[in-house]
Design a protein around this ligand. Structure first.
Ligand code: GUN
Length: 312
């Protein structure tokens, strides 16, 4: 890879660290007033990816000075039991943020549970009140991953106003809030999904293309306009040798990793498309680090809002 190529990488590790440093400084400001933001993370079941995410959330909280706790009820807990836990956290004065890690086991009514989280403590931005506020452009706690994408674009000087933004994926966690946030930044937004006709044609109109589908390498080079900004929210583990070869043959670093681990992580964008981009986020090291940084930022924001203190 040439220097020219690497200069186009949007470095999520660096941007995430910058946001964390700002949050840590704000936590010191609050500490001087006797305030310590508190975050509760509820993890149900033994999903290995969720366990890693939650461990990182708790660890990062501690590093920044947020009082965090992990609640791990019995995996068979019914919805009512979880509602009781959430109601308890809603009532606690020392808790500013509540996060229920998804996915939840099948016996749990996820929608009922997310609606039980007090909107002012909803640091994931999943409560319908925050979803609605985001849609009308009112101040809200916004979902962490799409909010992180906006921070990457803003801090990299990428113009959103007037840009054609195409979001591929319509999930409640990423695609839909991503579209709302880009619209708030005055982009012209198109949302694509599994039933979209002529997906490639629509993607080729994008100045900014956000892929949040959950299928490895689904956005191919021929679907990307020269000079587009590519944002890859996907995080997929590739284990099949032929699939690995399709995306990474001739990449010595990835070949070594695949030989060693039997798998590699990749996004929803075929790496061959990156050569056409003006800027792109790598996987890993792109959008991922922003999710945690924005969770920390949302927790401090919630702590300020709940006390009537100003927010940036
Ligand atoms: N699972 C995958 N992403 C997320 C997220 O942003 N928040 C929660 N609560 N669960 C997730």
């Amino acid at each position: 890879m040439s220097d020219q190529n690497s200069s186009r990488i949007l470095d999520g590790v660096r941007i995430g660290a910058a946001i964390q440093a700002e949050v840590a400084a704000d936590i010191q400001v609050l500490a001087a007033r006797g305030i310590r933001p508190g975050l509760a993370v509820v993890l149900v079941g033994d999903n290995p990816a969720s366990q890693v995410y939650v461990r990182n959330k708790v660890k990062t909280s501690a590093a920044l000075g947020i009082a965090s706790e992990q609640i791990t009820p019995d995996p068979a807990i019914p919805t009512e039991g979880l509602l009781e836990i959430v109601h308890g956290l809603n009532a606690r004065e020392d808790i500013d943020g509540i996060l229920v890690q998804l996915p939840l086991p099948p016996q749990v009514d996820a929608r009922r549970l997310l609606e039980a989280v007090a909107p002012q403590k909803d640091v994931d931005g999943f409560h319908p009140l925050n979803v609605g506020r985001l849609q009308i452009g009112a101040p809200a706690l916004a979902p962490c991953t799409p909010a992180g994408v906006i921070e990457i674009l803003r801090r990299s000087g990428i113009a959103m106003a007037g840009a054609n933004a195409v979001v591929v994926g319509r999930s409640d966690i990423v695609g839909k809030p991503m579209a709302a946030l880009l619209l708030r930044e005055n982009a012209t937004v198109t949302v694509c999904h599994s039933r979209t006709r002529n997906l490639g044609e629509v993607c080729r109109t994008a100045d900014i293309l956000v892929a949040a589908i959950g299928r490895p390498g689904m956005i191919r080079a021929d679907m990307v306009r020269d000079g587009a900004v590519l944002i890859d929210v996907g995080m997929n583990r590739v284990t099949r040798p032929e699939q690995f070869a399709q995306f990474f043959a001739g990449d010595p670093k990835r070949e070594a990793a695949f030989a060693k681990n039997g798998s590699v992580l990749m996004g929803d964008i075929d790496p061959h498309a990156f050569a056409k981009a003006s800027y792109y986020t790598p996987v890993p090291g792109g959008v991922g680090p922003l999710t945690i940084a924005m969770l920390m930022a949302n927790t401090v924001r919630a702590a300020r809002l709940r006390r009537g203190l100003p927010v940036a």
